[in-house]
Design a protein around this ligand. Structure first.
Ligand code: COA
Length: 316
């Protein structure tokens, strides 16, 4: 690494500097534009629930590189690199390598035996490395990371009135009403019932994403119920205003059109908030999103992992 560059752990007072650096250093315009909410999701929001560390690379007083890392909530032996960015003018000088090396040593000190270059749900900005960040993929391979699968987002086009993503939900909602199903916008008071429904029906935990979608600007949630019993929900904007998800329909109600209605209600909100292309993150059911909103697979992410050397040691 260049002489004159030093690495230090950052405290939250440096958040504005980190956001400003990410505006400049995230090469994809859609990521640069959302640098503020993206960084805030990874830190400090995520830090309320799990161990998050932020490393800064400095040239004199100037922040020129940043890495946000977190320990997996479910498995303390796994560390995640959530974000890594180096100022464009200072690339290929070893700053990315040094930040990752520091992070690996810090994860080892916390008891981790593996590091993933992959999102750490529910607080993540990308499932893995967007393939268009090709230098980051080169860096991962140069540092001995192994490919660990592929993930993708789908894009729903909200840029024009006739888009299939903005198809009216009116007819489907009247049909559902005939079956006693009501669809409405969720309120903060619905949160306990929504989290209980999501946990009981789908396992895992969408608690944080549901909480992040209610009562915050640029975010929202819609639900379907019958006789006070929840049948499904769809949320958006929890980590990034342009991102849709999570969503889920109770198995017994699947196939009734509830999912498509909830999805398009959210997309219509996102469009009203100025989003022109919604990202459906870390997608499972491609045919559902393609059929219900004309969404297409667009962003592809490579995931990587590396087993830490047992002798690795150090500090932030
Ligand atoms: C990815 C990124 C952080 C790398 O930072 P960096 O400080 O330039 O990386 P380093 O100088 O430490 O590179 C270390 C090694 O990675 C590889 N590498 C990095 N950039 C590369 C490139 N553009 N082409 C080929 N190999 C590359 C090389 O092997 C390099 O070693 P070398 O220079 O001795 O050949 C930087 O390009 C960046 O900020 N990109 C935009 C943001 C981003 O992609 N973030 C990841 C998604 S969160």
């Amino acid at each position: 690494m260049d002489a004159g560059i030093s690495i230090a752990e950052l405290t939250v007072e440096r958040l504005p500097d980190v956001v400003e650096l990410c505006h400049r250093a995230l090469d994809l315009p859609e990521d640069a534009a959302e640098a503020g909410p993206l960084v805030e999701t990874l830190w400090p929001r995520a830090a309320a629930d799990r161990i998050v560390r932020v490393l800064g690379a400095y040239r004199e007083q100037e922040l020129v590189g940043v890495l946000i890392g977190s320990l997996s909530a479910g498995d303390g032996r796994v560390g995640h690199v959530d974000l890594l960015a180096v100022a464009p003018m200072l690339r290929r000088r070893g700053i990315g390598r040094a930040l990752l090396g520091h992070a690996e040593r810090a994860f080892a000190q916390l008891g981790a035996t593996e590091v993933l270059l992959a999102g750490n749900p529910p607080y993540y900005a990308w499932p893995g490395i967007d393939v268009r960040y090709t230098p980051a993929i080169c860096l991962a391979l140069a540092l001995g990371y192994r490919p660990d699968g592929t993930a993708w987002n789908m894009t729903a086009d909200l840029s024009y009135d006739g888009s299939p993503a903005l198809r009216s939900t009116e007819t489907a909602e009247s049909r559902l009403a005939g079956q006693g199903v009501t669809v409405r916008r969720a309120e903060p008071a619905d949160l306990p019932a929504l989290t209980a429904f999501a946990r009981a029906t789908f396992g895992g935990s969408w608690d944080a994403e549901l909480a992040g979608s209610l009562g915050r600007p640029g975010a929202g949630c819609h639900l379907a119920e019958r006789d006070g019993e929840l049948l499904g929900f769809a949320a958006y904007g929890s980590s990034r205003p342009s991102w849709f998800g999570p969503m889920g329909t109770a198995p017994a109600a699947q196939g009734s059109g509830i999912g498509g209605v909830l999805l398009r209600r959210c997309l219509s909100d996102q469009r009203a908030a100025g989003v022109t292309a919604a990202q459906i993150g870390w997608v499972g059911p491609v045919p559902f999103y393609s059929g219900s909103a004309g969404a297409r697979i667009e962003q592809v992410f490579f995931l990587y992992r590396r087993t830490l050397d047992a002798r690795i040691n150090g500090k932030w």
